[in-house]
Design a protein around this ligand. Sequence first.
Ligand SMILES: Cc1cc2c(cc1C)N(C[C@H](O)[C@H](O)[C@H](O)COP(=O)(O)O)c1[nH]c(=O)[nH]c(=O)c1N2
Length: 251
Amino acid sequence: MTDALLPAVPLPEAERDGVYRAILTRRDTRGEFLPDPISDEVLSRLLIAAHHAPSVGYMQPWSFVLVRDQAVRTKVHDAFVKAHAEAAMMFSEDKRDIYRSLKLEGILESPVNICVTCDRDRAGPVVIGRTHIPTMDLFSSVCAVENLWLAARAEGLGVGWVSIFDNDTVREALGIPPQILPIAYLCVGKVRGYHKTPELQAAGWRPRLPLDELVHYDHWGEARPDSALSELLRQDQRAVAEGRFIDERLP
Ligand SMILES: Cc1cc2c(cc1C)N(C[C@H](O)[C@H](O)[C@H](O)COP(=O)(O)O)c1[nH]c(=O)[nH]c(=O)c1N2
């Protein structure tokens, strides 16, 4: 079986920059949603992006439940409120007030919610690439989520992932059958704008970690802080933080 190869050359500069721009300015959006509906044309493009994600054994285990119905969304929101109160008590006292002050969902304000699921039986019991690591199908659905998220950023939309609820309550609200796993509950819509830094970072919850310290060489724990790559990683990360990456760090 042969298939013509596309030339493996970099994308034209503006397109390449656009990919990096989408990645670097993508945000988890919660409090900025506008009620404007999303057109079917845009929604179709987002779903096309999601459907072209990589998947283990080409399983394409995902499905997408589009949720606009207010009654259904209210059930999901109720589940969030309950879990959110429970979650607050799990954090140490010094973090509890910050946690409670964070806006962590846009279920009712966004015009559409999309639940991305995983059908673990979609390609039969034996799947190329899942034979020894059974969770690979779950990760494939997450790849679809990230594709959708980046496409939404390219379209000027916001996406907020909500995972603070009991999954079975959400499954019941959406009528998802027992053999299908809800993977991601996404709030999608037009937004007033994107925060420049992740909200949890701005709130002092956690900083972005130094990338060069997350890279190991040949063996776990083997660091090369003085290598040329480590220095580049530090410079590139600084350039991202200062908004100079696309202008200064791409050739
Ligand atoms: C699997 C998973 C689950 C969640 C999230 C993300 C992911 C990947 N995030 C969003 C998360 O807080 C956010 O991605 C990080 O704080 C980084 O911010 P940016 O995405 O870069 O804006 C998220 N955000 C939120 O407000 N409520 C939530 O329940 C969740 N759940």
